[in-house]
Design a binder for this molecule. Structure first.
Ligand code: 13P
Length: 251
């Protein structure tokens, strides 16, 4: 009942010109797969070019972050309506933002509220560090990130929100989580908090992705887990063939 979503987080990669080339390479292969939604999130400056290329396609466009203020003296920030002019989705609270740019559960909450207020679909990222994992704190950390990051949102339907469970130690390391562990965390610490916050029916419809070293060779194992509704892909989303294969695995 939840349509799988395969999303690419391109991070700090690809100029606008390079973005056009990569979209051209991957678009036909993505369009050929039905029953799977796709999302790509290039850098801000490549978004207008990407929007033009994707406008009649099944591939949705997202930004990698958004500020919570509408306008004003906030040098370097990008406002929600600026993102919403081109994008349907926005990634919020990625662990790289938390680790390098001071993002907290509170700022995640503010960004998420602002995104929703402008009709954007937030892809809110949660996940434990290696130290937290080894200390047996995964569920405590993930459920806290969920509760604090999503507090007070007025979600009225499941398609307004996407969650990505990305264990920090699995990102860019080539060492993915075991699919059954990812599924367990989602089933124990993510979906129950969604149910607390938004009620059971909405919680059952919200897509929860796994992210962290997803590649063509392991994608199928993740997607065969009941609780995993797709993937947020970093490195492999920058290779057209790999991203298409991951999308095919979701179908
Ligand atoms: P990798 O797929 O490169 O591990 O990155 C995952 C990620 O951070 C997606 O947001």
């Amino acid at each position: 009942m939840r349509t799988p979503l395969v999303a690419g987080n391109w991070k700090l990669n690809k100029t606008a010109a390079e973005t056009k080339v990569l979209i051209e390479e991957m678009l036909p292969g993505l369009e050929a797969v039905s029953n799977v939604d796709n999302l790509i999130c290039p850098s801000y400056l490549a978004i207008p070019a990407a929007a033009e290329m994707l406008k009649d396609s099944k591939v949705a466009l997202g930004a990698q972050n958004v500020y919570w203020e509408e306008a004003g003296a906030f040098t370097g920030e990008v406002a929600p309506d600026m993102v919403a002019e081109f994008c349907e989705f926005v990634i919020i609270g990625h662990s790289e933002r938390r680790a390098y740019f001071g993002e907290t559960d509170e700022s995640v909450n503010r960004r998420t509220k602002a995104a929703l207020a402008h009709g954007l679909i937030p892809v809110v990222c949660v996940g434990e560090t290696l130290a937290e994992n080894e200390a047996g704190k995964t569920d405590e950390v993930v459920s806290r990130q969920m509760r604090d990051g999503l507090a007070g949102l007025g979600i009225t339907s499941a398609d307004q929100l996407v969650i990505a469970y990305e264990p920090v130690w699995a990102i860019g390391t080539g060492k993915a989580a075991y699919p059954e562990d990812a599924s367990r965390v989602i089933g124990q610490s993510i979906r129950p908090v969604l149910a607390e916050l938004f009620g059971d029916e909405i919680a059952q419809g919200i897509r929860v992705l796994y992210g962290g070293s997803v590649k063509p060779s392991n994608a199928r194992d993740f997607f065969s887990e009941e609780e995993v509704d797709g993937a947020l892909v970093g490195g492999a989303s920058l290779k057209a063939d790999d991203f298409i294969k991951i999308t095919e695995a979701a179908a």
